[in-house]
Design a protein around this ligand. Structure first.
Ligand code: OGA
Ligand code: MN
Length: 307
């Protein structure tokens, strides 16, 4: 291991000279340290990694959040335990732009923290670029600690101690889907988090994102207005690191203190094969949804990936 670290602008770090196929104690400690400090870490030069090695590397940092449903045809392309966030169908060809897969890509274009609606507490997401687009399709990331530090003092005082319900149905509605609160999945798709979360580094982070549905104990109009104001503040360009993918990049983000989104690309023209693991903090490896339910129970099926 001959690690080299460069800082990214306005936040994040780039690590080269390591091999994620060999997550020995030194590499695990280095990645944990860099993640604590920077919250976003790009590891370049990992094009040799296969799905099994991606899973093993991820498990060195905690148990995985497993996909919601048992493996099915849509998941056959990637190893169980990884989310398929590509634009590809099970046959490896570009999926129909009207398919659920295409809708997932669209949903990913709002800034969010993965699984913030799950009771299963998400730690990191680890996204691997297998086939990347020659143009556009950047992943944009925001460090919520920088955002918090920049908030005006009066706003910091106003949001101190507030709690927010994160709800997957809320972000789906924002992205244009129709979903009913009577859906059997509803109870498993909401969770409450503080609006200001203390990150692994001990620094406070503003924690909002597309799943943030309502502030507890506040009337709806005021809550919606405050969430939208905070989102607008957090997503100012000066806070955004836009990652231009190279094949073989692995990007890790801390879901407890960052927001991210996928950006548009020419979906019909370019294959984009991205695979993601999500590490959780619960101490056990499981799905956030009980085995007798599946995401197919949403009005529009979400077969594999989700944000
Ligand atoms: C994700 C995600 C964005 C992208 O995998 O959770 O939001 O650029 N991806 O693919
Ligand atoms: Mn995501």
């Amino acid at each position: 291991m001959n690690p080299e670290v460069k800082l990214l602008e306005p936040s994040g770090a780039l690590l080269t000279g390591v091999d994620c196929a060999r997550p020995d104690d030194a590499l695990v400690a280095l990645v944990e340290d860099l993640m604590r400090e920077h919250a976003v870490l790009v590891i370049r030069g990992q094009g040799h990694i296969d799905d099994a090695q991606h899973l093993a590397f991820s498990r060195a940092f905690g148990p995985l959040e497993l996909p919601a449903s048992k493996p099915n045809a849509h998941m056959a392309r990637v190893a169980f335990g990884l989310y398929d966030v590509s634009n590809l169908g099970p046959d490896g060809e570009i999926a129909d732009p009207d398919s659920p897969r295409a809708k997932i890509s669209k949903g990913n274009e709002l800034f969010h923290a993965d699984s913030s609606f799950n009771d299963l507490p998400s730690k990191w997401s680890i996204l691997r670029g297998v086939v990347v687009t020659p143009e556009k399709g950047e992943t944009e990331l925001i460090d919520g600690r920088l955002v918090y530090d920049a908030l005006p003092g009066a706003l910091k005082a106003r949001i101190a101690g507030l709690e927010v319900e994160h709800n997957y149905f809320h972000s789906r509605r924002k992205a244009g889907a129709t979903v009913s609160d009577d859906n059997p999945l509803a109870p498993y798709m909401r969770a409450v988090h503080p609006l200001v979360r203390t990150s692994a580094s001990g620094r406070p982070a503003l924690f909002v994102g597309a799943h943030a549905a309502r502030i507890l104990g506040m009337d709806e109009a005021e809550s919606t207005a405050l969430i939208e104001d905070l989102l607008a503040f957090a997503t100012q360009r000066k806070f955004v690191y836009a990652h231009k993918w190279q094949a073989g990049d692995i990007v890790i983000w801390d879901n407890r203190c960052t927001l991210h989104r996928g950006t548009e690309y020419d979906y019909r023209r370019y294959k984009r094969d991205m695979r993601r693991s999500t590490v959780n903090e619960s101490g056990e490896e499981r799905s956030a949804i009980p085995a007798h339910l599946s995401l197919a129970m949403l009005s529009q099926p979400q077969p594999a990936g989700r944000m």
